[in-house]
Design a protein around this ligand. Structure first.
Ligand code: EPZ
Length: 427
């Protein structure tokens, strides 16, 4: 397995291009299953998760052509040859569950493996299933698979109130509702920019949707959807991650394509900590004002609150802040696995339940550390950028799921970072 070597190398200066959003692309791609017309996605990110979704859609008989070095995805599911999403693909990526709603809506049946848990939590899919049942689907759970059937006349519109905000369940229900007979109202719906992006794409395909970005989304079902060409929205989590590079190391970095509306709550916390964030037509420019940054408290919440996917990265910043910060993780039950790894670098972090209290130290020290999940992996790299000495991050396959060309992007602003390819093992 490859490792990444990082050495603290002083302030960072320059520009970092921000890619299309992984979590938007992973719900836009299954939307091809809603129509027999071609769907083209531009500004697509080059990530292993996208390749996994491509393989899953391919296993169903959909065609996915990766063009222009992976930045354009040309999808077509004119003739599906299978309606079964196998466990061996689904277990690698939970977003695979997002093929269930579209297949059920268009073809009336689907068999999808339950995704199982993952490092950050149990992550059930009960809210996805309950939403589809409310639309008339008959679901039978057998041997780890959901066997789903729509009523003879197809899914029916329904009023669905989510007991908790769920991005994926909102996406599955939204896609299914576009072809259901009648009106569907999603209450307590997720408001993430990725939901808004999906609604924009579905509308281009002919769907009738109102209210995306608010807690109540109303969908009038139509008989069929057409094709479309849609640009994937900027990745707000990659954006926030790279905004933290100059915040931790000093210097001034412009994140090209960044938009403040995508990271408003996060930017407010950076401002509170003493980091300057300005916006212009090219993107967001972040610079660290003089002196030490201040410790700030953070509570993760559904959008528009502080994103859980930036909690680990923010913790890396707080490790050398002046004072004590309290980071409260309210979305997932086990999302502090980066804390003991940061502690190996000299961070002082006390984890109790959903709270991590970070007492800032002057400077971290480089050490061998292990990535445990996608966002934890990049928080260790951020910490290493400012640490004294050398940090070696192992299990960087986690990183490849959500960050394209991370070494090149950081070297481009002066970071001392390199990827060490694992030597091939000879029998
Ligand atoms: C999406 O996951 C993102 N993934 C996650 O990003 C992100 O952390 C999460 O939303 C929250 O913003 C993708 O979009 C592919 P949820 P999702 O349903 O949809 C519970 C990353 O790093 N829940 O909003 O799975 C769940 O356990 C990833 O890019 C149920 O109980 O998240 C969690 O506690 C990590 N039952 C909470 O709701 C359900 O049926 C929010 O989960 C569904 C969810």
């Amino acid at each position: 397995m490859d490792t990444i070597l990082v050495r603290g190398n002083g302030p960072l200066n320059g520009e970092i291009p921000i890619a299309g959003a992984k979590n938007a692309c992973l719900t836009l791609m299954p939307a091809t299953l809603l129509t027999d017309q071609p769907l083209t996605l531009t500004n697509a990110p080059r990530l292993s998760d996208i390749r996994t979704m491509t393989a899953l859609l391919g296993s169903l008989g959909a065609e996915v052509a990766s063009l222009q070095d992976g930045q354009v995805l040309a999808l077509s599911s004119h003739d599906l040859t299978s309606h079964t999403a196998d466990y061996d693909i689904v277990r690698k990526m939970r977003a695979s569950i997002l093929v269930l709603g579209p297949m059920l809506a268009r073809d009336g049946h689907a068999i999808v493996s339950l995704p199982g848990g993952c490092a950050i939590g149990a992550r059930p899919v009960d809210l996805h299933l309950r939403a589809l049942q409310a639309m008339g689907a008959d679901l039978d759970l057998r041997e780890g698979y959901v066997h789903a059937k729509a009523p003879a006349g197809g899914l029916r519109g329904a009023v669905i109130e989510f007991p908790i905000v769920s991005v994926g369940a909102t996406e599955n229900a939204l896609m299914a509702a576009t072809l259901a007979r009648g009106t569907t109202v999603l209450k307590n719906a997720a408001r993430e920019p990725e939901i808004v992006d999906l609604a924009h794409c579905l509308r281009r395909m002919g769907a009738r949707i109102d209210g995306e970005g608010t807690s109540t989304i109303t969908i009038e079902g139509v008989d069929r959807l057409g094709g479309a060409t849609h640009p994937v929205v900027t990745d707000r989590i990659e954006l926030g991650t790279y905004m933290l590079a100059p915040a931790i190391c000093g210097g001034t970095v412009t994140c090209l394509g960044g938009r403040i509306d995508l990271v408003h709550a996060f930017s407010e916390k950076l401002d509170e900590a003493g980091i300057s964030v300005t916006e212009d037509a090219r993107g967001l420019t972040v610079s660290r004002k003089n002196g030490r940054i201040r410790a700030v408290d953070v509570v993760t919440e559904p959008f528009p609150g502080f994103p859980t996917d930036l909690q680990a990265q923010m913790m890396a910043l707080m490790c050398t802040a002046e004072g004590v910060s309290d980071l409260e993780e309210t979305i997932f039950e086990n999302r502090f696995m980066h804390a003991p790894e940061l502690a190996r670098m000299g961070a002082r972090i006390d984890v109790h339940g959903g709270h991590a209290r970070v007492s800032g130290v002057d400077r971290l020290k480089g050490a061998p550390v292990m990535a445990t999940d996608l966002r934890a992996s990049v928080s260790l790299i951020l910490a290493g950028l400012a640490a004294e000495g050398e940090t070696v991050v192992s299990r960087v396959y986690h990183l490849d799921r959500g960050y394209e060309k991370v070494v090149r992007k950081l070297r481009g602003v002066g970071a001392d970072i390199e990827r060490i390819k694992e030597a091939p093992t000879h029998d």
